[in-house]
Each structure stands twice: as C-alpha cells, then as structure tokens.
Design a protein around this ligand. Structure first.
Ligand code: NAD
Length: 317
C-alpha cells in the first residue's frame, strides 16, 4: 500500500501546489484537511480532486474533537501548511492567528505524540527572524527569533512548540522556513497576484511607503520540491531555511510585472506604509543545499512570467 501523508491547508496557495507536485512526483497518497476559510479555494483542488490517491476532509485543525475524524489511520507524515497567513489581517485582528497557527499546530503535535503520524514537517516562514538592515547578512537557521507582527509572532510561537515537542518527547519533527512565495493559485489579497490582476484590468496598484522593502522571492514549485526533500531526507529536530536567491524591492517587482504585461508605471499608487513593516528579508539556504542537495531552479524572470500567464488564464479572488 502507498504511504499516506496528511496535508493541512491544501486548499490554499502553497498546500494546493504541494499536493499537485507530490501526486505527480511520488507514490504517496494524500489526505488533505482544510477548514476552507476565506483563503481556501475549491478551485485550487480541482486539478487533483479526482485522483484515487487523494481525499479531502473539511476540518479545522484548532478543533481537537473534529480533528479526530482525520486520524482514522496512521500517517507517514503530517505536512502542516494550514495557517492564517496575511500580515495585514493579523494587524487588524490577531485572534484567528493565535487559534489556528498556535492551537492548531499544538493539536497536530499532540497527534504525533499519540502515535498517529510517524513524523511532522512544520511549514514556517523567514518572517519569524524579523527584519534585516541593508548590509546585514541573510538569515541563517541560528538567527534569533524576532517577529515584528502578530502573524510572524504566531508562526514563531508554533515553531517553539515544535522545538519543545522535539526536545521533550524526541518526536521526529522538522521545521522549514521559506521566503516569500509566488506562483499560480495565490489569493488575490497578496502582493504579486494583486499587482498582476490590477495591471491586467488597468486598476491602480497599491505600493506601501517608499516601495523599497525587500523580500526574497521564490517560485512556489521550488519550495514544494524543497519540502519533498526534507520529507525524504531531513533530520529530526532540524530547521531548514529555503530561499530563492530572489531579493527584490517591492518597486522592482511591480516594475518587472508592468514591463512584462506592457502597462505603465503610472498605475502605481503609493499608500501609507504598513504598521511595523519589516524592511528586508534575505535567506541563507546553504544548509539545505549542502545537506540535502536542494537549490532553487526557477529564476524570478522565468517564474514571474509563468505566474502572469497563469493569472491571465485563471482569475483569483
Ligand atoms: P494560504 O492563506 O493561501 O492558505 C492557508 C490555507 O489554510 C487555506 O486553504 C485555509 O483555508 C487553511 N486554513 C486556515 N485556517 C485553518 C484551520 N484552522 N484549519 C484547517 N485549515 C485552515 O497560505 P499559504 O500562502 O499557502 O501559506 C501556507 C503556509 O506556508 C503557511 O503556514 C504560511 O505561514 C507558510 N508560508 C507561506 C509563505 C508565502 O509566501 N505564502 C512563505 C513562507 C511560509
């Protein structure tokens, strides 16, 4: 029988890309549990919902009683993507971020502790490290946790719970921390989909502050490939940074998209800066490269063109 993964949050952006990737590139079967918040989208699951190696259970990871329904078998691994993921929303109301990102992760760790899964990979973010100055070296796995907004604080809290379950119970747990992803199926509230869709419709494109905040962009399939390698070869208790060698200012990202779509920079409209806006993220991914042999394979130029082509075909709200 095929080994079976429990993927959480597989109706969202990265989770849905990961399920497609795994079904095409391995023999794993997958159970996807997702509570279908505003960020979960049935359409994201269309490409694989008829696969005989896939099933979907609508379930909230923060509800330990309902979660029991998903644990009707022992899993090879839990891959935890489910999260409240939008910084701007966490600034308005952090409550669901605490519930899902911390309590939900805790419930999954309890399931591993009770023998329901052989291992778990916690999908975290570089945002737990806080913000870099222009001349600082990129984040390494030992960089201190210094989250600056409720989203990144809730992800850092979850990471610390994972660490504690590894140290206390010697559970086979791994954390991955990736930079900003872009690619097909991302929700329209996020920076790149919003920029592409507004440009395609000649609507104004909001740009925070001076537009010089830097993110380290990675094409989503490169991230999925890295998680697959961590699943196969990662060492329990370790953290793996995942980066795309793709540092760009927000202004550069918008310029690149407008150039490719053939629209004017005049669409850009500066707006008041985000509260507590991190200035720069950059990721040193030497560890995963040297230990697991992973490196990004899609350049920003190539990935952003694929992403634009996808949004031309499939609108996302
Ligand atoms: P997303 O918001 O697109 O998707 C999140 C999914 O989780 C949605 O389908 C939603 O319905 C589901 N969900 C939310 N709360 C749930 C709950 N209580 N129970 C079950 N399902 C629930 O997010 P994403 O961009 O795909 O991010 C996935 C993961 O990757 C997150 O943990 C995020 O912190 C992490 N991450 C994202 C990025 C990025 O750039 N998007 C970068 C690094 C790490």
């Amino acid at each position: 029988m095929n080994k079976h993964l429990l993927v959480t949050g597989g109706a969202g952006f990265i989770g849905a890309n990961f399920i497609s990737y795994i079904l095409s590139n391995s023999n794993y079967s997958i159970t996807n549990i997702d509570s279908l918040t505003y960020a979960g989208n049935y359409k994201n699951m269309e490409p694989f919902q008829k696969s005989n190696r896939y099933r979907f259970i609508k379930c909230d990871i923060s509800n330990e009683n309902k979660l029991k329904a998903a644990f009707d078998q022992e899993y090879e691994a839990i891959i935890n993507f489910a999260a409240e993921s939008h910084v701007d929303r966490s600034i308005i109301d952090a409550t669901p971020f605490i519930t899902t990102n911390i309590k939900g992760t805790f419930n999954l760790l309890q399931a591993v502790l009770s023998g329901k899964s052989k291992k778990m990979i916690q999908i975290s973010t570089d945002e737990v490290y806080g913000s870099l100055q222009p001349s600082d070296p990129p984040f390494i796995e030992e960089s201190p946790l210094a989250p600056n907004n409720p989203y990144s604080a809730s992800k850092a809290g979850a990471d610390l719970l994972v660490r504690s379950f590894f140290k206390t119970h010697q559970l086979p747990l791994v954390i991955t921390r990736c930079g900003n992803n872009y690619g097909p199926m991302q929700h329209a509230e996020k920076f790149i989909p919003k920029t592409i869709q507004n440009a395609l419709q000649d609507k104004s494109i909001p740009l925070y502050g001076d537009g010089l905040n830097i993110r380290d962009w990675i094409y989503v399939i490169d991230h999925c490939r890295a998680i697959h390698m961590v699943l196969e070869k990662g060492t329990a208790g370790e953290i793996y940074n995942i980066g795309g060698s793709g540092e760009k200012t927000n202004r550069e990202v918008i310029e690149s998209i407008l150039n490719k779509i053939g629209k004017s920079i005049d669409l850009v409209k500066k707006i008041e800066d985000r509260k507590g806006h991190d200035r720069r993220y950059a990721i040193d991914f030497t560890k995963i490269s040297q230990e697991l042999g992973w490196k990004p394979s899609v350049s920003f130029e190539e990935g952003i063109q694929k992403t634009i082509d996808w949004y031309k075909q499939f609108e996302r709200r």
